[in-house]
Design a protein. Structure first.
Lengths: 233, 262
């Protein structure tokens, strides 16, 4: 299977200017690749830098060192140092991010929140909303909530709305940031099935999953992030 | 619609500097703005963000530097070399300017309908029935009831005035809109409604926007890209969530860490 994503010698640290310029090293020399149709799970304890690696791939953290190469059609793009508009176009068409936290937008209904990424990829509004409803239903979000803005939903409901939003569109690369944390067994099984469907479509995935049984079901490979630990400066 | 694949920038800003006497307004600012892109300029009061906005919108000539704009015919023109007639036409048709205080952007003693219709008349529309129906349509798009069309904005609440100002600006289908703290001074619930409306209109119309705000939540919701200003300088810029999630400069870190969590 072709390589979709390749991290080459990636390093990251934070300089905390409000704490006297303390430098917090996070990871260094991160190197791995992910093939189409493969799910790679990042392992290691909290604070090992798993989330930082995902955020660098999505571009909301800067990548200080190394390269993050993404295959788009027959082009290879380096995310580290990509122009903002290049990154935005990658996020629209190429890289999706499923997190557990929904950033709610006032007055936008759950089904529209979910449909948005698919519509941005060119689907009609009707097709977007139909697909959104099907996903919300699979994730057991009660139908009476679909037309309401999710700001007042319970934590678990918001999380499932966000999972639907993350899975709805067609991205060749999908990043999973603890999508199953605090879900019940039935909904965990739905997420496992959604991941399997993405694999069948050749999507390359990188995930953080603390849930042992979910991890065993979907991980093709586990990469121990502690191997990339950066020693304190 | 893909806003991020246009070939050519709409606005190019080259080394814009504005002094007030020997005091710095803004210093050596350069950037490009592409069609469909929303750029937020953030920073505290006195950081130079409004000076920069006024320079960009030809309301205040820069001391040095150049600003080029792609006219509808595709030609790049230096804004400060336009004739006065060309500049006025640009400001009335292809651009919008949303003021923080709606009274600065509206005519307070004429009706809501006339406020919206005025820009249509300015570009030559003379058919009264036509102008009125377009005005009515735009009032609807900014959620003002049709039966308020003949009322003047003095009888409107702050949030309604701001929505009317937006309709007045967008009726000529501008390509570039400048906004100066458009949600400042409004109640939070009114602010939320206005933000959602702005977000939809900007996306539906594919507008390019330069928005000045001190509210980082507004910047996060509306903008693709952010520029942080301090003491007249752009100290940090980039993708909005990158600057807010991984701020690099000491001042940006201070700004981000000063947000109150609800």
């Amino acid at each position: 299977m072709p390589v979709r994503l390749y991290l080459n010698n990636v390093g990251k640290s934070f300089t905390m200017h409000l704490q006297g310029g303390t430098v917090i090293p996070v990871v260094k020399q991160v190197e791995f690749s992910v093939n189409a149709g493969e799910c790679v799970v990042l392992g290691g304890p909290s604070g090992a830098g798993k989330s930082s690696i995902l955020k660098m791939i999505y571009g909301n953290y800067r990548c200080d060192e190394g390269q993050i190469l993404v295959t788009v059609g027959d082009e290879i793009i380096n995310i580290a140092g990509a122009e903002p508009r290049r990154m935005l176009s990658l996020r629209e068409a190429t890289i999706g991010y499923v997190s557990q936290f929904l950033r709610t937008i006032p007055r936008v209904s759950a089904e529209d929140v979910v449909a948005e990424p698919l519509i941005a990829q060119g689907a009609s509004e009707a097709e977007g909303v139909d697909t959104a409803r099907a996903l919300l239903s699979r994730l057991n979000v009660p139908e009476r909530l679909w037309t309401l803005p999710p700001a007042t939903f319970s934590g678990g409901e918001q999380q499932r709305v966000n999972i639907a939003r993350g899975f709805i569109a067609h991205y060749p690369i999908l990043l999973l940031d603890e999508p199953t944390a605090s879900l019940d067994a039935a909904n965990r099984a739905v997420v496992v099935r959604l991941v399997e469907e993405k694999k069948e479509k050749g999507v390359a995935m990188v995930g953080i999953l603390h849930d042992q049984d979910v991890r065993e079901q979907i991980a093709d490979r586990i990469i121990d992030v502690t191997g990339f630990a950066a020693e304190a400066a | 619609m893909n806003a991020f694949q246009a070939e050519d920038p709409l606005l190019q800003v080259h080394n814009v500097t504005r002094y007030y006497g020997d005091r710095v307004g803004c210093l050596d600012v350069s950037f490009d703005l592409w069609p469909g892109e929303v750029l937020a300029i953030v920073g505290e009061s006195g950081s130079g963000k409004t000076t920069l906005l006024n320079c960009l919108s030809t309301r205040l000539a820069p001391t040095t530097g150049a600003i080029e704009y792609r006219m509808r015919d595709g030609a790049m023109r230096n804004l400060y070399q336009l004739t006065e007639a060309e500049r006025r036409l640009l400001m009335r048709t292809d651009w919008g300017f949303v003021h923080q205080n709606a009274a600065d952007g509206l005519r307070m003693n004429v009706s809501a309908g006339a406020n919206v219709g005025e820009r249509l008349m300015a570009i030559g529309d003379r058919h009264y029935g036509n102008i009125r129906s377009i005005a009515d349509d735009w009032l609807g798009r900014v959620e003002i009831e049709s039966d308020r069309i003949d009322d003047d904005p003095r009888s409107f609440s702050g949030g309604m005035r701001q929505r009317l100002q937006i309709a007045r600006n967008l009726v000529t289908r501008p390509r570039l809109v400048f906004m100066d703290e458009p949600t400042g001074g409004l109640d939070v619930s009114v602010q939320a409604r206005l933000l959602d409306l702005l977000r939809r209109l900007v996306a539906d119309l594919g507008l390019s926007v330069v928005i000045v705000t001190h509210d980082l939540a507004v910047a996060r919701l509306l903008s693709h890209r952010i520029m942080v200003m301090r003491h007249g300088n752009v100290i940090e810029s980039g993708l909005t969530d990158q600057v807010l999630d991984d701020p690099r400069e000491p001042y940006t870190q201070l700004l981000v860490s000063s947000i109150l969590q609800v």
